[in-house]
Design a protein around this ligand. Structure first.
Ligand code: HEC
Ligand SMILES: [Cu+2]
Length: 364
């Protein structure tokens, strides 16, 4: 009975699998997109029918029963057949909507067995994606294979965020102190936008990531390379790598344009460290700690300590809110950050925009 009703509705609301973007909806690029759109159109069509039907009846009755003269007209009081009709038809329609909705919901809740797993962390205002299978970490960029179910296990480091990939028709809240999950199977190679769709503060609108869907045979080599790309780089190649691949983790607190944020700007950081022109809340100055036979023989060591043990010295005017990156950044990645600080002016324009690609070529 309901399947007759839903398939009837389906025929007026058919969308084809993998439909391109149109005026109403973005491209369908996942296995669930078609059924989500189907549900959406079924409900929309029901709304159209009722909207126009009710409006037409309203206008008709307004004219037919308009007040003519002063006599009071006694209208009908009861009509059992009519009342049953307008109760039963909407009831059946609500059940039909529930059935298509529930089917879709259950499908979206349950990731297929053996899905490729990615751990997602939301933090003001960046997304981090960790691939346990390859030991690779991506920020603001998520690479996945095509035609493979992918499960995202998600949590937040601070406030509520929410992952939304419109082309895949999936969306799920990301909550501090709790895990939520979401799954999708991309059906077309390409680049898709992942948005944060929970207002999470000042730079919420910048909390965007790109989902890069690769052909299955390209996926593994890409991930292997991503996990170790810096290992083969020369020191000269490291700054461009660091600003593209590592700076994302610092960007919510450290600017590149001199503006103050949760932490001091990276602009001029190297000059400050080299000259020792940094004051700490303890009253010490970096210049007292730099040089032969002191805490930091060379300024590079100060930066290294700032990243691995941020609570050791707190820069004056700031709180000790920087998390330690011990265990998160490898030695060569720390070298890469230090080289980035030294060469910052070659990597950014005067507004602090990044001007190079990870391989060092100029960015368009
Ligand atoms: C949650 C915010 C936050 C994040 C994320 C963060 N930092 Fe910091 N950072 C701070 C704060 C606050 C300070 C100043 C207080 C202090 O010295 O610990 C600071 C200080 C520093 C300093 C010393 C600055 C100076 O002027 O002497 C360095 C170097 C630094 N951070 C590097 C990094 C790097 C590299 C990353 C990313 C891998 C990073 N930070 C990520 C908040 C953050
Ligand atoms: Cu957010």
């Amino acid at each position: 009975m309901f399947s007759i009703l839903t398939s009837l509705l389906a025929t007026i609301a058919t969308t084809t699998q993998g439909a391109p973007a149109n005026f109403w909806l973005p491209k369908q690029a996942s296995t669930v997109a078609q059924s989500v759109d189907h549900t959406f159109f079924v409900i929309t069509w029901i709304c159209y029918v009722f909207f126009f039907g009710i409006t037409a009846a309203l206008i008709f009755f307004m004219i037919k029963y308009r007040r003519k003269g002063h006599d009071v007209v006694q209208g009908p009081t009861h009509n059992t057949a009519l009342e049953l009709t307008w109760t039963i038809i909407p009831l059946l329609l609500s059940i039909a909507i529930f059935v298509v909705g529930m089917r879709g919901y259950l499908n979206l809740q349950q990731a297929p067995e053996g899905s490729y797993e990615v751990q997602v962390t939301g933090q003001k205002w960046a997304w981090t994606f960790e691939h346990p299978t390859y030991g690779a970490t991506q920020v603001a960029e998520l690479t996945v294979p095509v035609n493979t179910p992918v499960r995202l296990l998600m949590t937040s480091n601070d406030v509520l965020h929410s992952v939304w990939i419109p082309d895949f028709r999936v969306k799920m809240d990301v909550i501090p102190g709790r895990y939520t999950s979401l799954w999708f199977e991309a059906t077309a190679v390409g680049e898709y936008t992942l948005n944060c769709t929970e207002y999470c503060g000042k730079d919420h609108s910048k909390m965007i990531a790109t989902v890069r869907v690769l052909p299955a045979e390209e996926f593994e080599p890409t991930m292997v390379k991503l996990a170790s790309e810096y290992e083969d780089m020369t020191v000269g190649q490291l700054p461009a790598y660091a600003i593209n691949r590592l700076y994302n983790r610092c960007q919510s607190c450290h600017s590149l344009d001199g503006s103050e944020n949760t932490g001091p700007s990276f602009l001029g950081l190297w000059d400050r460290a080299k000259s020792g022109d940094v004051a700490f809340t303890s009253g010490e100055k970096l210049s007292d700690l730099l040089g032969e036979a002191t805490t930091y023989e060379v300024p590079e060591n100060y930066i290294r300590a700032s990243i691995l043990d941020p609570q050791k010295h707190i820069v004056q005017g700031y709180l000790g809110s920087m998390p330690s990156f011990q265990g998160q950044l490898k030695d060569k990645q720390i070298t890469a950050m230090i080289e980035m600080f030294k060469h910052l002016s070659e990597l950014t324009d005067e507004k602090g925009n990044i001007t190079v690609n990870p391989d060092g070529t100029p960015r368009q």
